[in-house]
Design a protein around this ligand. Structure first.
Ligand code: IDP
Ligand code: MG
Length: 159
């Protein structure tokens, strides 16, 4: 390991290997069809460390808040019905370059467009029931981790 801290890195704790965290959610289709274990194994094989996870079932209100940005989309009501249809599994993942790495590992939203070998290519049913969520930016990763995990849980993670 070189000791080349990036010039724009101010927090010394963030220097080593540029480790950071993102949020995945194993969605209700994948949990319900017994694919959660395979998906977690896929994520570990792709270089992520699981830092926290919990099985939960979203309420309509929670799903609406989580997907607030899509409220005006034609698929919003259907997405909420899907996301509240059964348990899901939010997971905090750590890796170097975690946010882009997760997006690459999960593949395109629609499984027919997802690159071969990606989680969605392997496990998604269709564009809506697509097995897994991944945060799309640093800002959203922080927001989405905080959405599911309390300050105390996150603090305990950093120990
Ligand atoms: P992403 O999950 O790949 O980031 P987004 O565009 O952020 O995709 O959409 C959020 C979720 O909404 C998708 O993962 C999928 O479950 C659902 N979704 C997105 N586009 C469509 C669509 O055109 N039809 C049905 N569901 C969709
Ligand atoms: Mg998205």
């Amino acid at each position: 390991m070189g000791n080349l801290a990036r010039a724009d890195t101010h927090n010394p704790e963030e220097r080593e290997g540029e480790m950071n965290r993102t949020l995945a959610i194993v969605k209700p289709d994948a949990v319900g069809s017994g694919k959660a274990g395979k998906i977690l194994a896929h994520l570990e094989k792709a270089g992520f460390t699981i830092k926290a996870m919990k099985m939960t079932r979203l309420t309509q209100l929670q799903a609406g808040r989580f997907y607030e940005v899509h409220r005006e989309r034609p698929f919003f009501d259907s997405l909420l019905a899907f996301m509240t249809s059964g348990p899901c599994l939010p997971v905090v993942l750590e890796a170097e370059g975690a946010i882009p790495r997760l997006r690459e590992t999960i593949g395109a939203t629609d499984p027919v467009e997802a690159a071969p070998g990606t989680i969605r290519a392997l496990y998604a049913e269709n564009k809506e029931r697509n097995a897994i969520h991944g945060s799309d930016s640093d800002e959203n990763a922080a927001r989405e981790i905080a959405f599911f995990f309390s300050d105390q849980e996150v603090l305990e993670l950093s120990g």
